[in-house]
Design a protein around this ligand. Structure first.
Ligand SMILES: [Mg+2]
Length: 329
């Protein structure tokens, strides 16, 4: 059974639950909201109302709107740009810098301009869209690498995304949690992201320095992704920071719990980049077939209006047609 729409609802609801606790400490969250958070709360620092999902889900939806344009990676880039141009309440720094180039290699250029330091979670947070759009197998890995690198071209970001979408595919195929992670790590180990990005026009003459940096760092990046997935599986959590490997480890740790609420709440209560960690957890939980508590669905919305989406639209009424329009093949 294909669970694309369910996964999209799951990641959106999780993101909206995390919106209120973003940047806060666990102590402040406990003092303000109590020991459990089962419904949408006020308090988003970006002014998102209860039930509104943040940039993570908005960019996932924008990616799907891009696939619905039927013009491949160029369509995805144009759709992400349309989202940015409409002035969303929150945009990641590297995402903004990359999309401003209005070019397939904008993410590579932005990474180069960061001195090859930028490795935030802004690609990982939206990459479930590629699996939801229907890419599978080696096409899924290739597309995940390219769509991530549109804004986040560090090999740690690229390989984290390749892992995540392969993990979603394995989980939706019915593999148990740890086995699915092992399957996805094998995909990650075998995948040549640099070749995929070259083939798709993300490295070129003007970005030879970035190509060399990627080549130098990709082996280490794969090893770091593997180490963080394994530590997450063993219950370790380093931080819920916006660093891509922290987010990946935290999501892998949380998303193996027994219920949707237990998976997502763990991310929400720990604060910091809680909306993004929760969003990635929501994607994994959705691919596992865990369903969002029904109380969270009637008011679930996205906190931004841009071409293709209205802020007051209810996700449950819009997502099925969106996923259908985005489906590839
Ligand atoms: Mg966010």
């Amino acid at each position: 059974m294909f669970t694309g729409t369910g996964t999209l609802l799951s990641l959106a609801a999780a993101d909206a639950l995390g919106a209120a606790t973003e940047f806060k400490t666990p102590q402040a969250i406990a003092a303000h909201y109590g020991q459990t958070i089962t419904d949408y709360q006020p308090g988003s620092v970006f002014g998102f109302a209860p039930g509104e999902a943040t940039d993570d889900t908005q960019m996932t939806v924008a990616t799907l709107l891009g696939y619905a344009r039927r013009s491949g990676l160029e369509g995805v880039l144009a759709a992400l740009h349309a989202w940015l141009e409409a002035g969303p309440p929150d945009v990641g720094g590297l995402t903004r810098a990359a999309l401003r180039f209005c070019a397939l290699d904008g993410g590579v250029r932005a990474w180069q301009a960061s001195g090859f330091q930028g490795a935030g979670n802004g690609g990982l947070m939206r990459i479930a869209a590629v699996w939801i759009a229907g890419f599978r197998g080696s096409a899924l890995a290739r597309e995940s690498a390219a769509v991530t690198a549109l804004t986040h071209a560090d090999p740690r970001c690229v390989y984290a995304s390749v892992f995540l979408t392969a993990f979603l595919e394995a989980l939706a195929g019915g593999q148990p949690y740890a086995a699915a992670a092992a399957t996805a790590l094998a995909v990650t180990d075998d995948f040549d992201a640099r070749a995929a990005l070259l083939d798709q026009g993300l490295f070129g003459l003007d970005t030879r320095e970035a190509h060399a940096a990627f080549k130098d760092r990709e082996r280490q990046a794969r090893a770091e992704v593997r180490a963080r997935v394994r530590s997450g599986l063993s219950g370790t959590l380093t931080s819920q920071s916006g660093f891509v490997l922290d987010t990946l480890e935290a999501a892998v740790k949380h998303a193996g719990a027994n219920s949707w609420q237990a998976c997502v709440e763990a991310a929400v209560l720990l604060g910091d980049d809680s909306d993004t960690v929760a969003c990635v957890v929501g994607a994994i939980a959705g691919a596992r077939g865990l369903t969002v508590p029904s109380r969270l669905l009637p008011t679930l919305r996205l906190g931004h209006t841009w071409p293709g989406w209205q802020r007051d639209w209810i996700c449950t009424t819009q997502f099925p047609a969106l996923v259908q329009a985005a489906r590839q093949g």
